[in-house]
Design a protein around this ligand. Structure first.
Ligand SMILES: C[S@@+](CC[C@H](N)C(=O)[O-])C[C@H]1O[C@@H](n2cnc3c(N)ncnc32)[C@H](O)[C@@H]1O
Length: 346
């Protein structure tokens, strides 16, 4: 081979490498998509604000910068530019409309919890080097502390947790509540699961335990659903002793927020409060069942980057609850892949 042929082959290899990695390498388009969602561009354009100058004015943007960003999205198939400086919504960008049932705009909004969660990944190198959550490095305070200091962000977090009500119905429907009178939802957020459980089961009463501000949001939800009379609200940390004597202590999406030692401490508090006759019910998703390795891998990394938590397999949960003095008596995987792990004193 001549030098020229070698050079041509090397250049081709180089181009092929860029082309092959492009779909998993690009940070520009994902960021542009999030900025478009945050500025509600799909809503504005669909409502007739299609010209660049007006679009910039209505979205509080710089016209030149906005145009450059929109054209990056246009070449990637999100939005179209039917004539110079005029933009239109197409099938892909329609997914960014605020009224789209997927809630996609909220997930991508950089001012809300979804977008902030993505921005935490700019600290992934720190996480991989140290094993510590990137959140603190990127935002200056540990995850729960940061949320606590920013009520709007915390409310956005609560809303994200209770989005997709079909998952709540699926989780509540996967368990037999008929023997119980008193359900405690520990780290129960804005009471969306508790409300779901109580609504269809009039013989039950409930207690919501969460941090004080979150419990207040729960109070509003329970009142708006006419369930306030059947519920107590307790604003406290679940690392402190919990209200004793309940029939079942539910931890939905809580244990995976924490690394093993903290998770065991929370489970111990539940076990102490449940006593000899109570139960502890762990509800997790994201591939806990073993059926969705992609979801497991993504959430396992996400939980570490955010709060230092982790996803676990069913065997991991068996070991974890044993450390808290509990034993798993049954497990159940629901149609939407919620995993219910029923525990008793062991
Ligand atoms: C991932 S969310 C799950 C919320 C709810 N269980 C659900 O399924 O939607 C975790 C919850 O733990 C609460 N939390 C975090 N730290 C806490 C603490 N130290 N004590 C009590 N609750 C806490 C948060 O406020 C949040 O509502």
């Amino acid at each position: 081979m001549t030098n020229d042929t070698n050079l041509a082959a090397a250049e081709q290899n180089c181009a092929a490498a860029w082309h092959t990695l492009a779909p998993v390498m690009d940070l520009i388009t994902p960021m542009a998509l999030r900025v478009a969602a945050t500025l509600r561009l799909a809503d504005l354009i669909d409502d007739g604000v299609t010209g660049m100058a007006e679009l910039a004015q209505r979205s509080g943007s710089d016209p030149d910068a906005l145009g450059r960003m929109l054209r990056q999205l246009v070449v990637r198939g999100v939005f179209t530019e039917p004539e110079p400086d005029v933009f239109a919504v197409n099938e892909l960008s329609a997914l960014l409309r605020s009224d789209h049932p997927s809630g996609m705009r909220t997930w991508l909004d950089l001012d809300g919890f979804g977008g902030q969660m993505d921005l935490a990944f700019t600290g992934l190198l720190h996480t991989v080097r140290t094993g510590k959550p990137a959140w603190e490095r990127v935002f200056g305070a540990p995850f729960w502390q940061h949320l606590d200091a920013d009520p709007a962000l915390h409310a956005s977090f609560d809303a994200t947790m209770s989005a997709s009500p079909e998952y709540l119905t699926d989780a509540a429907g996967g368990y037999d509540w008929s023997d119980f009178r008193h359900v405690l939802d520990i780290g129960g957020g804005d009471a969306s699961l508790l409300a779901e459980v109580l609504r269809a089961r009039p013989w039950l009463r409930g207690t919501l335990v969460d941090l004080p501000d979150t419990v207040e949001r729960g109070r509003q939800r329970l009142a708006s659903e006419g369930l306030a009379e059947r519920c107590e609200l307790v604003g406290q940390s679940f690392f402190e002793p919990l209200p004793a004597g309940g029939d079942v202590y539910v931890l939905r999406g809580v244990v995976h927020d924490w690394d093993d030692d903290e998770a065991v401490a929370i489970l111990r508090r539940c076990a102490e409060a449940a006593g000899e006759s109570g139960r502890v019910l762990i509800v997790e998703a994201h591939g806990t069942s073993g059926d969705d390795p992609a979801s497991f891998a993504e959430m396992n990394l996400r939980m570490l980057v955010l709060s230092g938590g982790r996803e676990r397999t069913l065997d991991d949960y068996r070991e974890l609850v044993a450390r808290a003095g509990l034993r798993v008596t049954s497990t159940h995987v629901t149609p939407l892949d919620n995993v219910l792990i029923d525990c008793r004193p062991g």
